[in-house]
Every structure is written in structure tokens, then in C-alpha cells.
Design a protein around this ligand. Structure first.
Ligand code: ADP
Ligand code: MG
Length: 408
């Protein structure tokens, strides 16, 4: 699939999408009835793409279409359409490797950079549930297993050399999205980039301090190097709490358009970072009805659970599916230690950029009083710094949650 819009590319609208979908038998059969009775809305709350919800009287689907630019920034910020292809290919691999953990796909149209997929309902975006204080009893187990299954089965321990090399080469085509991550996560927060913003003036001094904190910046530079140079497994690439949709008894991972071969800790760390932010802000969301104390404890238990289930499931796959039979127990424990260390470093980068970089998060933005918000943002930055600088010493997940619990 080429990066430039071809002659056949056109962005769909709520007016044109019904005709388009009605011409595809598989979609028409799922929705059923007369296409004239389908109702359409555009629900994209993300930064990048068009997301249409199309509903008949009996069923509903999602149609996600890439634009040749970054939706939230406009046509002056081009981004290749091929990201839709990589997202679709990643969804296929994830659904094979972690059955039931993604929306199922119905159709991919490369010319339109469009994927039609299952509409998840009554799921909501995990981040919104975390802000509202909703419990998800399955979250730790489902995400721990998702991470272990996709990261193990997308690695050299599961794929043949030939298959893996071909796939690395294929996903190397998604470089424009890796460039976005490089810029937004590892580079821009530490220099004068136009898209940066922070709670000002409350955080002005803090930002100046970070910019002159060589120890911290060297740590971030090392994480950037690891991000670019360790094709350990096929990653989701953007596994924050806005890429997970949940109900009390179901967990699905969406939106893998940043997929590429990189360090396993990048996915684990993205999720941990967002759960840590969710934990840190809980007191700000307290009300008379709920002081959020027990909810905050649940978030920390979930962090510990994600990691311990990840280790358990990864270990199980190591013993039951591994193709590199010479690898032993010691190799496994070294690898898991490396994944945790990387995860903490990437968590730190991800937490920091949500406070001082371009893309912020509802967990913090929803704190209307900026003086109060700044207190929590500083806490996020403090925890991030500790995780980054002490990532070699924090060898147990309970030591990691203790850092968050003890942060002042
Ligand atoms: P972007 O890549 O632009 O960030 P997302 O894939 O994150 O787009 O989708 C944007 C929003 O659309 C999500 O936050 C979610 O609310 C909704 N959405 C996306 N896919 C689905 C789906 N399969 N089922 C239900 N809602 C979805
Ligand atoms: Mg998204």
C-alpha cells in the first residue's frame, strides 16, 4: 500500500459511507435490512483518523479510515495512509496470538485506507473508566495475558527466522509513525517544540529544571536508543489507557496503528505509565460519596497484577511453545528482568510527555483547578524520574508500586 493517496482514495463522510458499505456484501449481510435505514455518526475522539459508527436495527459496525494527514493538526501535518494497513495487519496478528483480545475485523480496503470492524458495546475507553472510578475485575488478568501472548508470540522465541525477518521488514514500512513517537515521546518534551504545553505558570520552573537535568535526559536518551534498536517483538506501539476498551467482564485492545518491531518493555511500560497516572490523580477525583482510597488501592493492585500475570503467562509460553529449545530458565529470568527495566524507563518517558509534551490526558486535564492539577502533575514527574533513574534497582513490581504510593 502506497503512502500517498492514490486516485481511488477519497475520505468518506457520513453521507457517502452508507453507499460504500452497502456495496460490500460481507458488511451488508452483517448490518442487514435496507441500507436506507442505517444510521451513521462520526465518533472519532482520537487524534488521527476518521471513525464512523454505522448502525442498523439489528447490528452495528465501526469503519475506521486514515486521512493523509494528522486529523487533530490539519492538512499541514501529513501522515501516510499506509498506517491503516499496518494497523490492520497488526490486528490480524494480535487476534491470532491473543484470541478475543481485539475487535474482530470484517473488511480492509487498502485504496481507502479503511478497516471495518466489530463495534464494541457497551465497552467504554479504559481511561474514562479510570477517571470515573469504575472497577474492572478482569483488567489485570486480561492485559497481563494480552501482553504476554502478543509479545511472546511475536518474538524470536515463537517465530521462525524467515517469518520474523520478513515481518520486521514489512513493519519497517511504518516508520512515519515511529518518527511521531520519537518526536513526541523522546525528543520534543526536552526542547522548545511548538506543540509542547504545560500548566503555566505553575510548572514553568519544573520544566526548566527537567531541561537542565542531565541525569534524567541521559536516561531518556538511552530509552530512545533502546526504542530504536531492539526489535524484540511486534508491539502494539501505543498501548495507553485510551487504546483499551472495557466492560466489567471484557477487555479489548484497539488502535495498533503504531505497530512495529521494538522492545517488549515499550508496550508494558505504556500501560504501566497510564495506570500510574490514573493512581496518582485519584485524590483529585474524590467526592463526598467516594474518597477514592479503595479505588486507588485497586489501581495499584492492578499494576502489580498486570506484571505478575504477564510473568506467569510468558513463563508458561516459554515452557510450552518456545522454538529455541536451547534457552533455559536463566535466560528467561534475565529476559524478564530486562523487560521490567525497559518498562520502567519507557513508563517514565510516557508519563513525562503527558505533562510537558504535546498530547495530554483526561486523567490530569479533567482537574479543573490548575493549582491543584499542577500538584498532581508534579507528582507524576517525580514518580517518572524515580522510575527512570532507579530502573536497574527496582527489580520487583511491589517496589515499583511503592514508589507511587510513597510519592509526595
Ligand atoms: P485514532 O487512531 O484516531 O486514535 P481510535 O482507534 O483510538 O482512533 O478510535 C477513536 C475512538 O473511536 C475510540 O476512542 C473509541 O471511542 C471509538 N472506537 C474505535 N474503535 C472502536 C470499536 N471497535 N468499537 C467501539 N468504539 C470504537
Ligand atoms: Mg487512538
Amino acid at each position: 500500500m502506497s503512502d500517498q493517496p492514490g486516485e481511488d482514495y477519497f475520505p468518506l463522510t457520513v453521507e457517502t459511507i452508507v453507499d460504500y458499505l452497502a456495496r460490500h456484501e460481507t458488511v451488508a449481510a452483517i448490518l442487514g435490512g435496507d441500507p436506507e435505514d442505517w444510521s451513521v455518526s462520526e465518533i472519532g475522539d482520537g487524534n488521527l483518523n476518521l471513525v464512523f459508527h454505522v448502525e442498523s436495527t439489528t447490528a452495528a459496525i465501526i469503519a475506521k479510515q486514515a486521512l493523509p494527514y494528522i486529523r487533530a493538526r490539519g492538512e499541514d501535518f501529513p501522515l501516510p495512509l499506509s498506517r491503516a494497513y499496518f494497523e490492520y495487519e497488526a490486528l490480524l496478528r494480535q487476534s491470532n496470538r491473543a484470541p478475543g483480545a481485539t475487535p474482530s475485523t470484517i473488511l480492509f480496503d487498502g485504496k481507502l485506507a479503511l478497516t471495518v470492524m466489530e463495534f464494541l458495546a457497551p465497552h467504554i475507553i479504559l481511561r474514562k473508566g479510570l477517571v470515573r472510578g469504575l472497577l474492572y475485575p478482569r483488567l489485570a488478568e486480561d492485559m497481563g495475558k494480552f501482553l504476554a501472548r502478543t509479545l511472546f508470540r511475536g518474538s524470536q522465541f515463537s517465530m521462525s527466522e524467515a517469518e520474523r525477518n520478513a515481518d520486521i521488514e514489512m513493519f519497517a514500512g511504518n516508520s512515519a509513525l515511529c518518527d511521531v513517537t520519537n518526536a513526541r515521546v523522546f525528543t520534543e518534551p526536552y526542547c522548545d517544540a511548538v506543540l509542547n504545553r504545560w500548566t503555566s505558570p505553575q510548572l514553568d520552573e519544573t520544566v526548566a529544571k527537567i531541561r537542565s537535568d542531565d541525569e534524567f535526559k541521559h536516561g531518556i536518551a538511552e530509552m530512545k536508543r533502546i526504542y530504536k534498536s531492539k526489535p524484540q517483538s511486534l508491539l502494539h506501539g501505543d498501548l495507553h489507557s485510551g487504546s483499551v476498551m472495557v466492560t466489567e467482564d471484557d477487555t479489548r485492545v484497539i488502535d495498533p496503528e503504531f505497530a512495529f518491531y521494538g522492545p517488549m518493555g515499550f508496550d508494558v511500560g505504556a500501560l504501566l505509565a497510564n495506570l500510574l497516572i490514573a493512581y496518582i490523580v485519584q485524590p483529585a477525583h474524590a467526592s463526598d460519596a467516594d474518597d477514592r482510597k479503595s479505588y486507588a488501592s485497586w489501581v495499584l493492585e492492578t499494576i502489580e497484577g498486570v506484571w505478575s500475570i504477564f510473568v506467569e503467562e510468558f513463563t508458561h509460553l516459554w515452557h510450552s511453545e518456545q522454538i529455541m529449545t536451547a534457552e533455559n530458565e536463566r535466560a528467561l529470568s534475565l529476559l524478564l528482568a530486562e523487560v521490567l527495566e525497559d518498562s520502567l524507563g519507557f513508563s517514565a518517558a510516557k508519563m513525562t510527555r503527558r505533562v510537558i509534551g504535546a498530547a495530554h490526558v483526561e486523567d490530569l486535564e479533567s482537574i479543573a483547578n490548575t493549582d491543584e492539577r499542577a500538584i498532581y502533575e508534579k507528582k507524576v514527574l517525580t514518580v517518572a524520574r524515580t522510575l527512570l533513574l532507579e530502573r536497574k534497582e527496582l527489580t520487583r513490581i511491589d517496589a515499583v508500586t511503592a514508589v507511587a504510593r510513597n510519592a509526595r
